[in-house]
Design a protein around this ligand. Structure first.
Ligand code: FAD
Length: 499
């Protein structure tokens, strides 16, 4: 590699955020290294709920089929009280629509989701370098110099960019003295993956005599295990052995027939809600838990982390391919407000759980998050209805010109931008690298049979919709605003050059 650089991007941390970024960079042909201080993959269910927006991301990355094959949908919640029980939906049930193909959260333990991600990475000839710990960083105008310790000695890696996806205790965040304000929630809980007997696997079992003595046991899809969740006092050392957890279950449920046979993974942790003051310092970025941590209520941690990486990946690749650096500034601009909102939601859901209210609605599904105020969002004229620039780009079933069924998500899939002309003149927009243009006009390549594109986007004849590589709407313009669209596409910040 030129100029003494050994790689373009050094990713520190191979959790969900680091792995997502690695896959995204790999499919864009960007050189990177992915290091993790752990000796091997983390074995624990932790973030088991995959929100619909994450499922869309996984479809784009080419791993959704495998995720679906290994996990399952959430079962009903069974609430025990007064010697009886009541079953009910915990997650608001919605049917898929043409615009939103995945309408329900899906369950797969985080260690299995990450295993699928490592499998995908291997398909690109890449792997996690376990047993390598980042112990020092310095940066200059051209790149970073990272000191990495391994069993066989120390190595210095010179990279153009560093991404700290190194979790809540982030070394990278601390090394750059980035503030991490927020609050300790004064809630501590045991989370454990257990092999046990005495319970059916068809429902999520809940006992909640009082908030402090609640206990839940969730059958973990894709395994024979149950995930235990139980608040505990802030002080003291709970007995986390099989015998200790059997006793805790018996005490809180009144049942002596539930016996823990094995503790596969266990953690007693105190909940925090914190947001990093900055997500970027020069050539260094924070992603995932390194940038924000929240209580697990609502299943937001993993989902927000993978969305950070998805936002950053295409921008890093574009800048490494010649786009100007200002594009990277939009990472913090777009993701920090989203993380702040998610933090508020998780805290709200935690407070609601304390009151015994558990139902999760659409606000936890991350489908309505977007970047409407972003400097990357262009809308001409301003729209009064339907989706806006910055919103998630809806899916829509349609047909190819030859009549074969397809979907917009098939057209979006991959590392490119997509320009969609609704009954618009294809010749009006010159070709550019990394931009695919599709039109519904006569002589165009797609047919809006059923009108799902028109309905989903609220477009009129002559309108153009530009979809970013991360499936958000970059620009929406009418026919008369072609100069504004051309100006947007010509912006050196995007790197969409004419061939
Ligand atoms: C007990 C528990 C329960 C949770 N439950 C849920 C839940 O129900 N739903 C949910 O959505 N989220 C949950 N979460 C949160 C979720 O697990 C995290 O949000 C998610 O793991 C964040 O992913 P990440 O990749 O940002 O960080 P992590 O998964 O923490 O990965 C960071 C990686 O960086 C590595 N690393 C750290 N420092 C260095 C270094 N100096 N050099 C090299 N490598 C380093 C670590 O070894 C680790 O592999 C839970 C978390 C915990 C701890």
């Amino acid at each position: 590699m030129l100029d003494g650089f050994s790689t373009d991007v050094l990713i520190c941390g191979a959790g969900a955020a680091g792995l997502t970024l690695a896959i995204d960079l790999a499919r864009r042909g960007v050189a990177f290294r992915l290091i993790d201080m752990a000796e091997g993959p983390f074995q624990g269910s932790r973030g088991k709920g995959l929100q619909p927006r994450s499922l869309e991301l996984f479809e784009d990355l080419g791993i959704l089929d495998r995720i679906f094959a290994r996990g399952g949908f959430y079962p009903l919640r069974r609430q025990y009280s007064d010697g009886g029980f009541r079953d009910f939906e915990m997650i608001e049930r919605r049917e898929p629509t043409p615009a939103e193909p995945y309408s329900r959260p899906f369950m797969l333990p985080q260690n299995l989701t990450e295993a699928v991600m490592r499998e995908r990475l291997a398909e690109f000839g890449q792997r996690v370098e376990f047993g390598r710990e980042l112990i020092g960083i310095a940066q200059d105008a051209l790149g970073v110099r990272a000191r990495v310790a391994a069993a066989n000695g120390e190595e210095t890696i010179r990279a153009r960019y560093l991404v700290g996806a190194d979790g809540g205790r982030s070394f990278v965040r601390k090394a750059f003295d980035i503030g991490f304000p927020g609050e300790a929630m004064n809630v501590r809980a045991v989370v454990a993956d257990l092999a046990l007997e005495g319970l059916t696997r068809d429902v999520w079992h809940w006992w909640s005599p009082t908030p402090g003595t609640m206990l839940t046991l969730c059958p973990l899809c894709g395994t024979d295990l149950f995930q235990l969740f139980a608040p505990i006092p802030m002080e003291g050392d709970p007995d986390l052995s099989a015998g200790g957890l059997t006793a805790m279950i018996s005490q809180r449920t009144g049942r002596r027939d539930i016996i823990v046979r094995e503790v596969s993974w266990c953690s007693a942790y105190s909940m925090n809600a914190r947001l990093a003051d900055r997500f970027q310092v020069g050539r260094v970025f924070l992603a995932g838990d390194a940038a924000h941590i929240h209580p697990p209520t609502g299943g937001q941690g993993l989902n927000t982390s993978v969305q950070d990486a998805y936002n950053l990946g295409w921008k890093l690749a574009a800048v490494l391919n010649g786009a100007t650096e200002k594009l990277l500034g939009t990472y913090e601009e777009e993701r920090r407000p989203v993380a702040a909102g998610v933090l508020g939601l998780a805290a709200k859901l935690l407070a609601a759980m304390g009151r015994g209210e558990i139902r999760r609605g659409r606000d936890a599904q991350e489908m309505d998050l977007g970047y409407p105020g972003s400097t990357l969002s262009l809308e001409r004229p301003a729209r009064t209805a339907g989706v806006h620039a910055g919103d998630r780009a809806p899916d829509a079933p349609c047909r190819t010109a030859a009549g074969h069924p397809t979907r917009l998500f098939n057209l979006f899939q991959g590392p490119h931008w997509t320009l969609l002309g609704y009954e618009a003149d294809r010749e009006a927009v010159p070709s550019r690298t990394n931009l695919r243009i599709h039109c519904t006009s006569a002589g165009g390549d797609i047919i809006d049979e059923g009108g799902h594109i028109r309905a989903g986007y609220g477009v009129r004849p002559g309108d153009w919709v530009l979809i970013r590589p991360d499936a958000y709407i970059g620009a929406m313009v009418c026919a008369g605003e072609m100069p504004a669209l051309s100006h947007y596409l010509d912006d050196a910040g995007l790197g969409l050059v004419s061939p």
